[in-house]
Design a binder for this molecule. Structure first.
Ligand code: PLP
Length: 375
């Protein structure tokens, strides 16, 4: 029942909007009078095709994706794409992959990319904001990047889920990258659809769905048309973006249920006013939480203010001996999954689109009461 649902601060798979879950539940056994569940029907049939097309079009509208970009729904997650991307982009004349490191996810991407180039030198880390002890508190400033003369592309992760570091390129930065003949490939897994983006600043945008989009199992790839024919000869057919694009993401059976639920989330988002409205709410939610942290004696967030993520808020208790009590009491108060990632420790509140303002208010109220009781 409604009463048993908690505020879920998990980093992913993450909370979904309640109206989406309710609609899904209502349609689960009999989709639109077909007598069949959506997950039991052919992906090539008229009913599912309509659901699929609507889902893709809604995403295109939400993110204002220009017509010279394809939207692909794939499998394998963002980590799968870390391999699929070089297999799709290294068949051209440029053979170097540049990576900017701002946390654990961009580092993982760089390590995977290094497997597909001729030598380690051809997958350079061109900037790194690791403080030397595995802590990341900002995104590397553009003027520190040591871009390769002829990079095929530049890996970035615009929201580092574990460290809570968020950054978007400015128009000047993306123009400079384009002028060099390269382009950004951006992992946006954990903040896609949290605010408007300018898709034209990127060659490729990708991510797993299980934070801001829907259930795990579907991977989104937004790719510029002119990048669809740069495959390495060994790129698997099912992961070949050209094949996927030419077959409306149905070269093989897509994750039909996950795509359908993503569509419900997109329609929910549109009903909220789209990503512009969502950004305004997300900014208020994030400010509420960061202000509560900054104004306390007990809590601390170390990320530099311009780079603080609006989606993933890691924080520490200055008295770490209180961690266990904090987690136990917050869970008992209906505030779930606040334990920080093991690489960072402490706490982390992920406040994606589906987290209502009331959830953040409840968290802040709990944190203040906890501090008072343990001050
Ligand atoms: N990239 C980012 C930024 C993430 O937050 C995650 C989280 O799971 C991943 C990649 C991994 O994605 P997946 O598990 O879908 O491969």
């Amino acid at each position: 029942s409604l009463m048993s649902r908690v505020y879920n601060f998990a980093a992913g798979p993450a909370a979904l909007p309640l109206p989406v879950l309710e609609k899904m539940q209502a349609e689960l056994l009999d989709f639109n009078g077909t007598g069949t569940s959506i997950m039991e029907m052919s992906h090539r049939g008229a009913v599912y095709t309509e659901v699929f097309m609507r889902t893709r079009e809604t995403l295109r509208r939400l993110l204002n994706v220009p017509s010279n970009y394809q939207i692909l729904f794939m499998q394998g997650g963002a980590i799968g794409q870390n391999a699929i991307i070089p297999l799709n982009l290294l068949g051209g004349s440029r053979k170097t992959i540049d990576s900017v490191i701002a946390g654990a996810w961009s580092l993982k991407t760089q390590k995977e990319a290094a497997r597909y180039v001729s030598s380690a030198d051809a997958a350079p880390i061109i900037a790194n904001s690791d403080d030397g002890q595995g802590r990341f508190t900002h995104f590397p400033e553009f003027d520190t990047w040591q871009c390769s003369a002829e990079s095929a592309y530049i890996n970035i992760c615009t929201n580092e889920t574990i460290h809570g570091v968020e950054w978007y390129p400015s128009r000047e930065v993306s123009d400079a990258v384009h002028a060099s003949g390269s382009f950004f490939v951006a992992d946006m897994s954990s903040h896609i659809l949290s605010r408007p983006i300018d898709v034209t600043q990127y060659g490729v945008i990708y991510g797993g769905a299980q934070k801001n989009i829907g259930p795990a199992g579907v991977t989104f790839v937004i790719v510029r048309d002119d990048l669809l024919d740069l495959q390495h000869p060994l790129c698997p057919s099912a992961f070949n973006w050209r094949n996927v694009a030419n077959n409306d993401s149905m070269f093989n059976t897509p994750p039909t249920l996950s795509i359908y639920i993503a569509g419900l989330v997109f329609e929910w988002l549109e009903a909220q006013g789209g990503v512009t409205a969502m950004a305004a709410i997300n900014d208020v939610k994030a400010k509420l939480l960061y202000d509560a942290i900054d104004n306390s004696q007990l809590y601390r967030n170390d990320v530099q203010k311009p780079y603080r993520s609006c989606m993933n808020v890691p924080f520490f208790l200055n008295d770490e001996s209180l961690n266990a009590a904090f987690l136990e009491q917050s869970a008992a108060a209906g505030l779930a999954a606040l334990k920080g990632h093991k690489m960072v420790g402490g706490m982390r509140a992920s406040i994606y689109n589906a987290m209502p303002m009331a959830g953040v208010e409840a968290l802040v109220a709990f944190m203040q009461a906890f501090e008072k009781n343990h001050g």
